[in-house]
Design a protein around this ligand. Sequence first.
Ligand SMILES: Cc1cc2nc3c(=O)[nH]c(=O)nc-3n(C[C@H](O)[C@H](O)[C@H](O)COP(=O)(O)OP(=O)(O)OC[C@H]3O[C@@H](n4cnc5c(N)ncnc54)[C@H](O)[C@@H]3O)c2cc1C
Ligand code: FES
Length: 366
Amino acid sequence: MLTSILISVGFLLACGLILAALLVLAEKKILNYGTCHIHINNGKKTLDVEGGSSLLNSLAEQNIFIPSACGGRGTCAYCKLKVNEGGGSISPVEEPYLSPEERQEHVRLSCQVKVRRDLSIEIPDDLFSVRRFHAKVARKRALTHDIVELRLALVEPTTIEFEAGQYIQLESAEYKGHEAVMRGYSISSVPSDKTHLELIIRLVPDGICSTWVVQHLKEGANITLSGPYGHFHLSDTTAPIICIAGGSGMAPIWSILRDMKEKGLNRPATYFFGALTQRDLFFLDEFKQLAKECPWFTFVPALSKEPADSSWQGERGLITEVVDRHFPDTSQHEAYLCGSPGMIDAAIAVLKKNGMPEANIFYDKF
Ligand SMILES: Cc1cc2nc3c(=O)[nH]c(=O)nc-3n(C[C@H](O)[C@H](O)[C@H](O)COP(=O)(O)OP(=O)(O)OC[C@H]3O[C@@H](n4cnc5c(N)ncnc54)[C@H](O)[C@@H]3O)c2cc1C
Ligand code: FES
């Protein structure tokens, strides 16, 4: 009896799988959408593309790169675009990422919109300057037990223009059965260094791209990336700034602070660098040197899990507690935060509690 139930269930499962495979095949091979026209920004530009791919990929094939930190899996919501006509209905994957206002404005996840007919879409102007780059790993060095720094020499094109705080998307290679993926990494080098890019990358346990970078990528290897992306950069006000970032979240802050120095911006700036223990700290000497050279800059490293009897002389506690102690009044400041969603949400709560208007808080959640 049990055997025949198992055989029936197995048979039904197999039928389901075969049907799904046939549908995918039919979509790819049998359904021919032909050439579709993508009208961009009220017809300012029109692309002719083969129908059948996602809007994200169709645009990338035409060298228009939309941010896609999850590589098209529908989990990052970075690939939002306005699709005014031809996008079909919102898919269940998109539902959780689109607010009622965005739905009204025809915002969609471009990785989930299939090009099946002519489309009318809107693309922000800054994305037209995003390029795909071939680069070589000029240097790879360990900064801590789980963080590496990459220095990439740009090969083609040979130079890049970006603003301090922006990020690029790295394309990993296939390895050990993992597919190639794209992930966002903030640029830690300064914009004046146009021929190289530096990245600070933390190993995420079981993470596809970070494991590839930290454990498999070698100096001298060829690598592909696109960028620059993002709107996380210094505002053009004169407000004093508070930066909060731990681990690899330091990357854009390191770029922004050195860019300020190069440009002679003397805005008071304090950087709170949160880490668990001393073995998670890096660039201490570099930041101390920056503080020595720039009277407007204060560096505050803080450890949350350092043993009480250790040699550590600096701040202790959660980085948000340390910020709270240093800045009981944040009403005149701006804040630049980078790191995990949990850390950023906690930091925003403290900054707002101490008087900072929400409009003065800028962040990139990793
Ligand atoms: C704008 C931006 C800037 C960033 N800058 C930096 C930076 O400067 N430095 C940096 O280190 N990172 C940065 N990140 C984070 C980075 O993009 C990656 O998210 C990070 O490296 C993890 O990618 P991964 O491919 O290694 O992990 P993924 O493969 O994406 O996995 C992430 C986690 O999800 C889990 N997971 C994966 N698949 C599954 C599954 N099927 N079921 C259950 N769990 C699963 C993994 O175990 C892992 O814990 C940035 C992100 C953004 C959006
Ligand atoms: S690329 Fe991440 S949700 Fe579309």
